[in-house]
Design a binder for this molecule. Structure first.
Ligand code: GDP
Length: 330
């Protein structure tokens, strides 16, 4: 046995706890890796960092392309760092594998924030499946928290599934929308509306200002019709107009986020949500591990294929076939 790997992890953990950005970047690369030896190192590192117990305010930010997410993050991030706080920005982009593009990947985005010493911006890796993205993002958040960031912003494009995933790993969920042309709501899925703590109608400036005001009122009305959640103080979830371009309404949006976070902390919702999120994460890891074990074992794989064919042909019931595969694991 050698002490070397343990020392390497200790050094890395120490550097992250000291806020070293280069080590943080390397550690995120490590958690993104699919290699088994990297996975083992990532797990050892995360285990070493967990006892520090540092927590950031985790904010999920979702919006369709073009709504102004990067403009908003640049402006909002600048506002937060101007208050002496440190902000990390992570991206979740399961669609990038398909589109070939990558949100946050474009170097011209968020130039000012990228140069801000209190900010850390991490683009999404180009190849990722949703399951892998969830793990990578959770672990990247944990690394950023250990590195002492006060706010971790997780950006996602409006594709439904990724929003749900981000909502399971954040303290607040913010939906960024554009002003609507007509008086109809913009086809935002009810499920996504139900996850929102704050709806921000962006581009409330110039010619779009009146439409943004109307849209904000429409969404405020729609939010009031949703079922009341125990984790909401009176008045939440709420809709507000903002202009990322003119930096209007951003301070108010930040104050509302802080108000909501403080209330949830005081009422015990924060700790309860974090605890259940951690438990869900753990169970998901167990499930993923089990599936990986099944995939690795050639005998079980062969059985899986044969039973799969039988189920497809209608000669075996899915539940009984599944039970047979699971019995093979004993
Ligand atoms: P993303 O795709 O959601 O990241 O959107 P971008 O931040 O790239 O913005 C898309 C377009 O909307 C750009 O042309 C921005 O200049 C514009 N935009 C973003 N925020 C605002 C805003 O507050 N007001 C106006 N008028 N335009 C904005």
């Amino acid at each position: 046995m050698t002490d070397q790997p343990r020392d390497a992890h200790d050094d890395m953990a120490e550097a992250i706890l000291a806020g070293d950005r280069r080590t943080l970047s390397r550690a995120i690369t490590l958690v993104e890796s699919g290699r088994a030896d990297h996975r083992a190192r990532a797990e050892a590192l995360l285990d070493r960092l967990a006892p520090a117990g540092r927590q950031a305010l985790r904010i999920g930010l979702s919006g369709t392309p073009g709504v102004g997410k990067s403009t908003f993050i640049e402006a909002f991030g600048g506002l937060v760092t101007a208050q002496g706080l440190r902000v990390a920005v992570l991206a979740v982009d399961p669609s990038s594998a398909r589109s070939g593009g990558s949100i946050l990947g474009d170097k011209t985005r968020m130039e000012r924030l990228a140069r801000d010493p209190r900010a850390f911006i991490r683009p999404s890796p180009s190849q990722a499946q949703l399951g892998g993205v969830a793990r990578r993002t959770r672990e990247a958040v944990a690394l950023c928290e250990a590195a002492g960031f006060d706010v971790v912003l997780i950006e996602t494009v409006g594709v439904g599934q990724s929003e749900t995933m981000v909502a399971t790993m954040t303290d607040l969920f913010v939906l960024l929308l554009a002003p609507a042309g007509g008086d109809e709501l913009q086809g935002v899925k009810r499920g996504i509306m139900e996850m929102a703590d704050l709806i921000l109608v962006n581009k409330a400036d110039g010619d779009l200002k009146a439409a943004a005001t109307r849209t904000t009122a429409d969404y405020a009305g729609a939010l009031r019709l949703l079922r009341k959640r125990p984790q909401d103080p009176p008045g939440f979830p709420k809709a507000l107009p903002v202009s990322a371009l003119e930096l209007a309404g951003l301070q108010t949006a930040w104050e509302e986020m802080c108000k909501l976070a403080d209330w949830r902390r005081a009422e015990g919702h924060w700790a309860a949500t974090r605890a259940s999120q951690a438990r869900d994460w753990f169970e998901e890891e167990v499930r993923a591990g089990l599936l990986a074990r099944i995939a690795r074992d050639p005998a079980i794989r062969a059985r899986l294929d044969a039973l799969g064919a039988a189920v497809a042909a209608g000669t075996a019931a899915p539940s009984r076939a599944a039970a047979e595969v699971l019995a093979a694991l004993d």
